[in-house]
Write a protein that binds this ligand. Structure first.
Ligand SMILES: Nc1ncnc2c1ncn2[C@@H]1O[C@H](COP(=O)(O)OP(=O)(O)O)[C@@H](O)[C@H]1O
Ligand SMILES: [Mg+2]
Length: 164
């Protein structure tokens, strides 16, 4: 499931991490992938201080997802690299990668924590996730941006959408 908003700072990562922790307490296997390459925060929000892999390593084939770190909250996560050199990531690979993971059936849920806006990184989540969950706060700019994203998505293809 993609966690998307349009606008930044509305609570996507907080929501993704909290829902993932709650589900893991119900015994579900959850993976969060930090798809916000520009400003990654998933590892920080999970309280993970050190980790040896990131999305960039995985896309380059340098490491396998089975080495994805497990946070002390019981949630597996793939952080985005904090190295600016890794910003040239090939976002097209997200779709192939997540499809591969889906087929393996290792996880009950895979959350894709999106970047805001409609740049390549956010669009890769819109294209990849089977379900999109929009997060917003009740201000005109934030709702306008969310609606823009939803319109963009409906132009891509039909997806199930849940607004909260
Ligand atoms: N439900 C909420 N109520 C109050 N503050 C929140 C809530 N969700 C998130 N925040 C705060 O809003 C800020 C942005 O949240 P974050 O999850 O990083 O947003 P995003 O991922 O959309 O950029 C953080 O300081 C976070 O603690
Ligand atoms: Mg975020």
């Amino acid at each position: 499931m993609g966690i998307v908003s349009g606008k930044g700072g509305v609570g996507k990562t907080t929501f993704a991490v909290n829902l993932a922790i709650a589900l893991s307490r119900f015994g579900k296997k959850v993976l969060i992938i930090d798809c916000n390459i520009s400003t990654p925060h998933v590892a920080y929000y999970l309280g993970a201080e050190s980790y040896s892999i990131n999305l960039s390593n995985i896309f380059k084939g340098e490491v396998d997802v089975k080495f994805a770190p497990l946070s002390h909250h019981g949630v597996m996560f793939i952080p985005a690299s904090e190295d600016l050199k890794d910003m040239d990531i090939d976002f097209e690979k997200l779709n192939t990668y997540v499809s591969k993971l889906d087929k393996k059936n290792t996880f009950d849920f895979i959350f894709l924590d999106s970047a805001p806006g409609l740049g390549d990184e956010a669009v890769s989540v819109l294209k990849t996730a089977k379900e999109i969950l929009f997060i917003t706060t009740p201000t005109v700019p934030n709702i306008t941006d969310m609606v823009r994203c939803a319109e963009f998505l409906s132009n891509l293809e039909h997806k199930e959408m849940r607004n909260m």
